[in-house]
Structures are given as C-alpha cells and as structure tokens.
Write a protein that binds this ligand. Structure first.
Ligand SMILES: NC(=O)c1ccc[n+]([C@@H]2O[C@H](COP(=O)([O-])OP(=O)(O)OC[C@H]3O[C@@H](n4cnc5c(N)ncnc54)[C@H](OP(=O)(O)O)[C@@H]3O)[C@@H](O)[C@H]2O)c1
Length: 315
C-alpha cells in the first residue's frame, strides 16, 4: 500500500510541523509548495516538493496521484474581502477536490477547517471556512473525508498568539475580548497527533469534528493570564483593549489594504471573532471516532512554544 501523504500548506505554521511529524512517523510526504515559498522547504529524505498552488489545477493532479491520503492545511487566514478568503478556502479547496476525485483509488481526505466555521456570520474568514466544509460534504461522493475544526492553535512558528504571550512575559496582558468570554486552545503538536491518529485509524466516519486541548470547557482570559503568571513567577497587568479602538484600527487596515493591496490580520470581522463569547470546543466525537486524545496542557505547550523549559526537580 502507498505510504505517500499529499500535504498542502506545508510551508505554513501548522503544515510545517505536521510534515515533520509525518516524516518522523515513517510516512512519505508529497508537499504542494508555491514557488515563492520554495526556500522554506529543505531537502529531506521522504519529502518530495510539488511546485504549484491551489490556483493551478495541473499541480494539484500531480500532488495527489497515488497518495493514500490528502491532508489539506493550506488556507487564507488574512485578507480584507470575502474574495480574498474564498479564492483559497472555498475555490482552492474545490480545485483540490476535483483532482482528488479523479484518482483511482481515491485517497482519504482531511481538511483543516476552523472552529470559526461554527459562526460564519462573524467574518469573511469564518464564512469561507464554513463554505469550504459545505463544498467538501457536497462534492465528496463516496470518498472518506473529515474536516477538523481546531480552536486557536499555538506553538513554535505561530505568528498570531505568540505576540500575546511575549507581552505577558514582559508583564502586560493585552485583553482582546470580553472578560467573561471562554476560548479553547490547542498546542500544535496535539493537532499533528490528531492527524496521525486519523491516518493510523485507517477509516473514520466522514464529517466535521471539533478538537481542543486537555482543558474541557476552555479558558477565560484571566485563567490564561494566571497560568503565564505562575509559569514566569511574575505579576502580569491586564490591559483590556476597547473594542472601539480595535474596530477603528481594523477599518483603517481595510482601507489601507484596498490602496496598497496587502492582506491584513486585524479586520472588522476579526474584531467580531475576538469579541465572540464562546469559542469552546469539544473533543468527544473525534476521540470516539479515532481514539485521539490531547496530551499537552497549556502550561506544557507554553513551555515548548516560548522556550521556557521544563521545571527543574523540586528543591
Ligand atoms: N493557526 C491557527 O490558530 C488555526 C486555527 C484553526 C484553523 N486553522 C487553519 O489551519 C490551516 C493552516 O493554518 P496556519 O496557521 O498554518 O496558516 P499559515 O501559517 O498562514 O499557513 C498557510 C499555508 O497555506 C499556504 N497557502 C496559502 N494560500 C495558498 C494557495 N493559494 N496555494 C497554495 N498554498 C497556499 C501557505 O503557503 P505560502 O507559505 O506559500 O504562503 C502556507 O503554507 C488554515 O486553513 C487555517 O484556516 C488555523
């Protein structure tokens, strides 16, 4: 049987870590790499790079031929308009699916969606992730598929949550959202382990699955800050950022993006996501389906992410 896994998004935060885990587990990886990101891929035994993109159907056919499974980690996480997100998260996924469905036998298919897909009304990003899931369900025919909905993922190489933890390390915690809001988190290596469990399970009921770390019920801002405070043995001052301020910056970002054509992270939709009160996810269905369970509590994930090291032996 083929040991080749086709991976998209291999040059991104999650995809790069996943490729390392797949290779370490003995899988061969065929990775889609955009020409502009080719320098990010080093020559490694078991790893084959396919130059192309989600806009280039021919490269997608080369990517998936003969693969036993496809793990789709490529995604647009920044952008100003619905078109910015849909071009990758909906139409790119549809193009990839067309390539996969042409294969015989058909590989299994895992797509990284997002917990944001649960509330598509909040942002162009969330809407594109929900539309991606719907396209997958509608097009899959008899192909086995899963869409994973991770909450906020953190780990080495992450650019979104890392700055927040770096501020906390300096003693200031910017609070981006309501104080009563709750969020689930997931350390990136637990997400990679979930993908490996799915591969090793051999089969899994097709559908959408949520996942999160060891903390059932998620965290409040105060709980996250308290954990960092204990880990760093320092006082951390909360700095709640007013929604109005962030909305103004977000509106400016969108205008600037229109003028100079860049993909902003902080947009009005992102502010609505940040102010959403409930981003708590639930592992139950995924654990029942493939047996995966997270093993990294926030403290341990943070130590590995921030290089804070393991605690020494008790004195
Ligand atoms: N990070 C999180 O907290 C989180 C949470 C939930 C879900 N997710 C989902 O997980 C996936 C990966 O997220 P991430 O944080 O790893 O994002 P990331 O670091 O921004 O990586 C995105 C990856 O997608 C690739 N990509 C983007 N557009 C492409 C296109 N048109 N054709 C081919 N490749 C393309 C990028 O390639 P280049 O290197 O060439 O740009 C990069 O490899 C996304 O679908 C995201 O929605 C992430």
């Amino acid at each position: 049987m083929s040991r080749t896994i086709a991976v998209t998004g291999a040059t991104g935060f999650i995809g790069a870590m996943l490729v390392d885990h797949l290779l370490a587990a003995g899988w061969n990886v065929r990775a889609l790499v955009r020409p502009r990101s080719a320098h990010l891929v080093t020559e490694t035994p078991g790893l084959e790079a396919v130059r192309g993109s989600l806009q280039d159907s021919e490269s997608l056919y080369r990517l998936v031929q003969g693969a036993v499974a496809v793990v789709h980690c490529a995604g647009a996480v920044r952008g100003a308009t619905a078109a910015d997100f849909n071009a990758v998260n909906v139409h790119g996924l549809e193009r990839l699916l067309q390539a996969v469905l042409s294969c015989s036998p058909r590989p299994r298919f895992l797509s990284l969606s997002s917990l944001a897909a649960r509330a598509p009304e909040l942002s162009h990003y969330a809407s594109s992730k929900r539309q991606g899931e719907q396209a997958l369900a509608a097009m899959a025919e008899d192909m086995e598929w899963v869409a994973l909905r991770p909450p906020a993922v953190y780990g080495p190489g992450d650019k979104e949550l890392l700055p927040l933890f770096q501020w906390m390390e300096r003693g200031i915690a910017p609070v981006l959202g309501e104080s009563h809001a709750r969020v689930s988190l997931l350390y990136v290596e637990d997400l990679c382990a979930a993908v490996l469990s799915w591969l090793n399970a051999g089969s899994c009921r097709s559908g959408v699955y949520e996942l999160n770390d060891t903390q059932t019920g998620g965290y409040s801002w105060d709980e996250i800050i308290a954990k960092v405070s204990v880990l760093r043995a320092r006082r951390i001052i909360r700095l709640p950022l007013p929604a109005l301020l962030l909305r103004s910056i977000a509106a400016m970002n969108v205008t600037t993006a229109r003028v100079i054509g860049y993909a902003p992270m902080l947009t009005p939709g992102k502010v609505r996501e940040l102010w959403h009160p409930d981003w708590v996810s639930d592992n139950t269905a995924l654990t029942a389906a493939i047996g995966w369970q997270p093993v990294f509590p926030l403290e341990q994930g943070l130590r590995r992410t921030m290089g804070w090291g393991e605690p020494g032996p008790a004195a």
